[in-house]
Design a protein around this ligand. Structure first.
Ligand code: SR1
Ligand code: MG
Length: 399
């Protein structure tokens, strides 16, 4: 067993050189490899390495939140990311990078290097994202959700995975606190917002009993509806794009939960982008429709083909199965709507905010975009329970 240490550039060079499978992917001599740190998420260190034969993306857990060394944290998040990648790769292979190596002692991963891909949030900001990327995300969520669900597999296989990911308590706690609770709690130190411009609306969000009750319902859905294996943090910073090659990365928040959670986080981030870039509202609405169309098509097609291999629904005839599919999609859309609203609010006043707002040219316009996003988020949460179709979701958009 190797004792954990945080690897710097030279540490990674030596590690890769002593790991034949990885060294042979790079080729040549280790002294000639190019290594650069590209860490940009909140939690982990990430390095890109290239050699004469190819490249690697190397990721390692730190004993703390990367952007806040005082926030201590166990190292197991890469363990869950590796487990997640192995669990969903057979279902979504070409939509995520290939995992080559996981070291449980150093809590590190080495995977396919995605070059010249860009993080979707940055690609949107700089205008290089090609419209239609949401088709691939709909396909990803539809396939991963159905094929890890109780409808596709015997309950023994699902239960084993539910238990394994239930141990991802550290990151699930972050989601429960930062997404589902803190933004609605007055005085929480982890919140921050543009003040004094947004003080009034933040005060309203934190003192509205109707909103608190709708948020409680979403907390309950998140924690008590283990429908499928979720990515758990599916925002536009967890997606890389190069033209129409779209890949989902960063599965460390994985858990069993309601399918509408992944879908809702994704849609919430599209709407945040629209709030910050009003000229792109129509485009983002098209992306939402595209996402849902591809999600539903993949989810229902797989259900029709394989929906009698699990322990739910094996008795249904074709018409009963179609009815069950429609009802399930309505329920997923309700969850999606509520979780999209939560994501819009937490990314505007919570601990981890989004750079999309940097598109606004000055503070007053930023404040206005943020206020619009907060009002939109609140409306989505409050109306989630009666939003069953993509049309009904788009009717709620007031940006
Ligand atoms: C302390 S981690 C904060 C946020 O960053 C991650 O990407 C997740 O979105 C998490 O909520
Ligand atoms: Mg991440």
């Amino acid at each position: 067993m190797t004792a954990y240490r945080t690897l710097d550039i030279e540490g990674w060079r030596a590690y890769l050189a002593s790991t034949p499978d990885l060294a042979s992917r790079l080729g040549g001599r280790s002294e000639g490899w190019q290594l650069r740190e590209v860490s940009d998420g909140n939690l982990n260190n990430v390095f890109l390495v290239s050699g004469p034969l190819g490249g690697l993306c190397c990721k390692q857990s730190l004993p703390h939140v990367r952007v806040d060394p005082d926030w201590k944290m166990p190292l197991t998040r890469t363990d869950f990311e590796a487990r997640y990648m192995r669990a969903v790769a057979p279902h979504v292979g070409h939509l995520m990078p290939a995992l080559y190596h996981f070291d449980p002692d150093l809590h590190l991963l080495a995977m396919e290097s995605l070059t010249p891909h860009r993080v979707l949030r940055g690609a949107l900001a700089t205008g290089v994202a090609a419209a239609g990327f949401s088709a691939r995300i709909g396909e990803y969520v539809g396939r991963a959700a159905f094929l890890t669900s109780w409808r596709a597999r015997p309950f023994e296989a699902v239960t084993e995975q539910v238990a394994a990911f239930a141990a991802n308590t550290t990151l699930t706690r972050i989601t429960v606190d930062l997404v589902l609770t803190a933004p609605y709690r007055a005085g929480c130190k982890r919140n921050h917002w543009l003040s004094p411009e947004l003080d009034d609306i933040v005060g309203e969000l934190q003192s509205d009993p109707q909103l608190a009750s709708a948020v409680s319902r979403l907390q309950e859905r998140f924690l008590t509806a283990p429908q499928a294996l979720l990515h758990g943090d599916l925002h536009t910073g967890s997606i890389m794009v190069d033209g129409d090659d779209v890949r989902v990365i960063d599965g460390e928040f994985a858990l069993y939960g309601p399918i509408g959670f992944d879908a809702g986080l994704y849609v919430g981030n599209l709407l945040l982008h629209a709030a910050a870039n009003p000229g792109r509202l129509d485009w983002m609405c098209d992306e939402i429709e595209t996402f849902w169309r591809h999600f539903e098509r993949n989810y229902r097609t797989l259900w029709s083909e394989r929906g009698r291999s699990g322990d739910i629904g094996a008795l249904l005839d074709d018409s009963g199965q179609q009815q069950a599919q429609v009802a399930a999609c309505h329920a997923i859309m309700k969850d999606l709507t509520g979780f999209a609203g939560l994501e819009m609010i937490r990314r505007t006043i919570g601990y981890a905010q989004v750079s999309d707002y940097d598109a606004r040219p000055n503070r007053a316009e930023r404040a206005e975009a943020m206020r619009e996003a907060l009002m939109q988020g609140r409306a989505l949460i409050l109306h989630a329970g009666r939003t069953e179709t993509p049309g009904a979701l788009l009717d709620l958009i007031t940006l």
